[in-house]
Write a protein that binds this ligand. Structure first.
Ligand code: SF4
Length: 267
């Protein structure tokens, strides 16, 4: 069931101001403590999605070597997470998930594996029932080192909302060199994979029957554990796109279920 009526106004969202945020009531993860490994003053991403809730990416990049000074060190992340988890655990407050997301694409963080090891240790110590998770745009999943870092976490929720190179470029505007074929190969290698897909209409639509059919072909090939479909919930970067109706989302979900044979949820 979608939470937002197709008529209610879309809310604006600000960048996360620090390393730890929440816990927030997440549509996917329940009560989730967020980790932002990225800058707090701007979005750092390898995509420039039309529907991004954080507005346009100023410098779309795949290699943030010149921005490393703006990223927290692994030690800073561990200290911030430990402080937050100790506080929650001291107050006997349970959380459902510790999730890495934040101001852009978290796999651009160069020490992701090191941070993920620390997150697991702290989770085991303070909130052993919580799942560890990451939301990624899949742009770096072709890299074995990134896949190694991702596999250290319980849940990998990876973006995949275009079924052709043309739609991928129109909707996500990836930085070169991100190729869909490489992404698909990398996604196929990941264990316990969940895919998420945002459907929009207007200047660009990925919710028409032809686009959905091409996307389903790729889903069959990747064969994830499950698929999450949703539409705009926050104000998009490109004001010329709109959310799709609940009926359209239900039709897409039925197509995933019956034509691709996969589990699907609507958010
Ligand atoms: S991948 Fe996520 S953060 Fe990056 S532009 Fe797209 S929606 Fe925004």
């Amino acid at each position: 069931m979608t939470r937002t009526s197709s008529r209610s106004p879309l809310k604006k969202v600000s960048l996360q101001p620090g390393i730890i945020y929440g816990p927030v009531q997440s549509r996917r993860l329940g009560r989730s403590l967020g980790i932002n490994l990225l800058p707090t003053e701007y979005k750092l991403c390898s995509f420039n999605c039309l529907y991004c809730q954080y507005g346009w990416t100023k410098n779309v990049t795949f290699t943030p070597d010149d921005r490393l000074k703006d990223l927290p060190s692994p030690g800073m992340v561990a200290t911030a997470l430990k402080t937050a988890l100790a506080e929650f655990s001291g107050g006997h407050k349970a959380i459902d998930a510790i999730s890495i997301c934040g101001n852009g694409e978290p796999t651009l963080y160069p020490a992701l594996a090191e941070v993920n090891v620390e997150i697991k240790k702290l989770r085991d110590r303070y909130q052993p029932a919580a799942r560890t998770a990451i939301l990624s745009n899949s742009s770096t999943v072709g890299d074995p080192a990134v896949r190694f870092a991702l596999e250290l976490l319980d849940l990998k929720i990876m973006k995949f909302d275009a079924g052709s190179e043309e739609m991928f470029r129109q909707l996500n505007h990836p930085a070169a060199p991100v190729y869909m074929g490489e992404m698909i190969s990398g996604l196929k290698e990941l264990k316990n994979l969940l895919l998420q897909a945002c459907f929009v209409q207007g200047r660009v639509t990925n919710a028409d029957p032809d686009s959905v059919a091409m996307w389903l072909d790729k889903l069959r090939e990747i064969h994830p554990l499950g698929v999450q479909v949703y539409t705009l919930d926050r104000e998009p970067a490109d004001k010329r796109i709109e959310r799709v109706s609940p009926t359209t989302l239900r039709w897409i979900a039925d197509a995933v279920r019956w034509r691709a044979g996969l589990k699907v949820e609507i958010f």
